[in-house]
Design a protein around this ligand. Structure first.
Ligand code: XLS
Ligand code: NI
Ligand code: NI
Length: 441
């Protein structure tokens, strides 16, 4: 099987080497290094995305494949060979988790029944591989956007039959999650949105989506799924408007349909920027709402208006990401799934390995730097002082809910020359740069 060949086999498992600079080794990621009381491996919980890593072939809107990951095989044999490669790849990189859509790991049949049969066969195969290696899924999902029947959505389709097929796929996905010991199940909206309101009953579509997720939650809890459901916000692409637009929209949706105790958010960096937000913003909104769950780690190109799914190498962003993760209490069931692919021109097996090393190292460095920010303390101290007026006096009474509009009006009546003080943005950015580039490792 050609996907991950022997070309890097001679190097054995890829590991950290102090002061190392060879391409096939980690320069920052040291899985067993303890930082903040936990190993880097446990802090970062890296996952391999099956669709990009095992299946994506470099095709884009303007051209075909630039890589062949089929090894010339077809049918179930191809899927088994891909699974062998995937587990070999994860072992080599020391990755303990993977994420997949139903159709990534097994072929689609002509009917739901047939598809489920193939999926069951392949999850047996995956389970055997898991038992050999200890690797397991971070989350499972169902692809409800690729096939023609999903052109108008799945749980928001105008066709009730499509809705029913989607429900059957999610049932099978949840069964797979339980069987494989996955502590996560993801809903990414795919085509759950609209292209034009001229043909859309938004009210019915939203209610149907709420009902769909409620049914999924109820079924999953009944069959013993104890993990988290996640919604993965994305504002657009492929539809013009997706109902899971951003973290704030999803939080509102989840509360409206009473799903907030079972669902969290899976924040994807590139989706955040498509929504006109920073990655850090989306993480903060999720955390503030008690819905921080997991992360799809990648990065976009700010000059391109779509989800380019590049491997994350921007250390400003990985540091601010890990800062938010630490502040949110760290991952529980979630982790960092590389929803990322090597560029179309990076079309060798080595490039896939190098991409993962780049992403894992960028996050390891981000983790180190995030802890340095916390130890340094200047940024947090500044924020603490900035809000000091809420710790006693009138501010404290506001926070404790003891004031009214009238009492505040009376208090404020004679105040003069009131100012909140400088926000010191440039100073704080300098502190951040100093931490990033002070040369400590
Ligand atoms: C697409 C999404 C997708 C989800 C899983 O933009 O990121 O890959 O993560 O369906
Ligand atoms: Ni994603
Ligand atoms: Ni995406």
């Amino acid at each position: 099987m050609a996907i991950i060949t022997d070309s890097i086999e001679k190097n054995g498992e890829i590991s950290f080497r102090e002061g190392g600079s060879e391409p096939f080794e980690f320069h920052y990621y040291d899985k067993d290094r303890v930082i903040g009381g936990k190993t880097m491996g446990n802090q970062l919980r890296f996952a391999m995305s099956w669709w990009h890593t095992v299946n994506a072939s470099g095709a884009d809107m303007f051209g075909g494949d630039t890589m062949d990951k089929t090894g010339g095989l077809s049918g179930m044999e191809k899927y088994r060979a891909k699974a062998d490669s995937a587990f070999g790849f994860m072992k080599k990189l020391g990755i303990d988790y993977y994420c997949f859509h139903d159709v990534d790991v097994a072929p689609e049949g002509e009917t739901l029944e047939e598809s489920v049969k193939y999926l069951n066969e392949m999850t047996d195969y995956l389970l055997a591989k898991q038992n050999e290696t200890g690797i397991k899924p971070l989350w499972v999902t169902a692809n409800m956007f690729g096939d023609k029947k999903f052109m108008a959505g799945a749980a928001t389709s105008p066709s009730a039959d499509v809705y029913a097929i989607a429900a059957g796929k999610v049932k099978a996905g949840i069964d797979a999650a339980v069987k494989l010991g996955s502590a996560g199940y993801v809903f990414w909206g795919g085509r759950e949105g609209y292209d034009t309101l001229l043909n859309t009953d938004m009210s019915l579509e939203l209610d149907n989506l709420g009902r769909f997720m409620t049914m999924a939650r109820d079924y999953a809890r009944k069959v013993g799924f104890k993990g988290d459901f996640y919604i993965e916000p994305k504002p657009k692409e492929p539809t013009k408007h997706q109902y899971d637009f951003d973290a704030a929209t999803c939080a509102n949706f989840l509360r409206r349909y009473g799903l907030e105790n079972d669902f969290k958010l899976n924040i994807e960096a590139n989706h955040a920027t498509l929504a006109g937000h920073t990655f850090q913003h989306e993480l903060r909104v999720a955390a503030v709402n008690g819905m921080f769950g997991s992360i799809d780690a990648n990065q976009g190109d700010l000059l391109l208006g779509w989800d380019t799914d590049q491997f994350p190498t921007n250390v400003y962003d990985t540091t601010l990401c890990m800062y938010e993760v630490i502040k949110a209490g760290g991952f529980v069931n979630g982790g960092l799934n590389f929803d990322a692919k090597a560029r179309r021109q990076s079309n060798t097996i080595e490039d896939i390995v190098l991409s993962y090393i780049a992403g894992m190292d960028a996050f390891a460095l981000g983790l180190i730097k995030a802890y340095e920010m916390i130890e340094d303390g200047r940024i947090e101290k500044f924020i603490e002082e900035r809000y000091a007026s809420y710790r006693d006096g009138i501010g404290r009474r506001i926070v404790e809910g003891k004031e009214t509009l009238e009492s505040l009006a009376a208090y404020a009546a004679g105040l003069r020359n009131v100012t909140p003080g400088s926000g010191r943005q440039e100073y704080l950015e300098t502190v951040f740069n100093e931490i990033l580039f002070s040369g400590k490792k």
